[in-house]
Design a protein around this ligand. Sequence first.
Ligand SMILES: C[S@@+](CC[C@H](N)C(=O)[O-])C[C@H]1O[C@@H](n2cnc3c(N)ncnc32)[C@H](O)[C@@H]1O
Length: 225
Amino acid sequence: MSVEQRENMPVHYSAQIYDRFTNGFLGRFDDLLLLRVRQEVRSNPGGRRFLDAGCGTGRFLLRLASMPEFNQLDFIGLDYFEDMLHVTRENIQKEMFCHRIRVVHGDMHQLPFVDGSLDFIASRSTLHHLADPSAALIEVRRCLAPGGVALIHEVRRDADPRALEIFNRLRSQAGVEESRSEEKYTTEEIRHFVQKADLKGEVVVLAPVSGYASLGCEIRIAVPR
Ligand SMILES: C[S@@+](CC[C@H](N)C(=O)[O-])C[C@H]1O[C@@H](n2cnc3c(N)ncnc32)[C@H](O)[C@@H]1O
């Protein structure tokens, strides 16, 4: 599927099924992003404003908000599709985190935040849903404050088959179809989006070759202080 053919794409199943998958089955993969968030938050202890862009049903944010080590953060969950936002709001209400997590409708191509207004942005498995990943990377950079960091994690088409097998096993346990490799990007394609966004020296792409992290890659955008 080429970039030109894409529009903002919803997930292929209902927000309720997606919620079950992200709530019960993603543990080891959540841990990877959590570890990276923890490292970045510790390196920028004055940072307060945290956005999960393309937050799905809000499960990752709820996990962060429940951890005392992130008590200083104000969380925002943004998504483009109303069904995801609806379930996110329900989850936040059920878990009684309305005071910690604000839910916002928005498009990663045009984020509803002023320049430099966010300290941390995380976004997982969103790039392949976007009509123009480079434009979204530019938007993410625009919203970061001095010292701010964005972590964008994306499953790769050229993922290590062993990591993909574990991922698909977890999906099958959740009653979710196998990951659609054909809609994902290779590391080279992801590097191309990054290059096109022209973020100068502020961006690094990491694509591990083994372990769980070899399922995908990380685009790290860091704005100098
Ligand atoms: C595969 S899900 C990942 C959800 C969550 N980040 C996670 O890791 O569980 C992709 C998410 O991106 C959202 N999305 C798709 N296009 C978007 C856009 N243009 N702006 C914001 N969110 C978008 C979808 O609604 C969906 O919630």
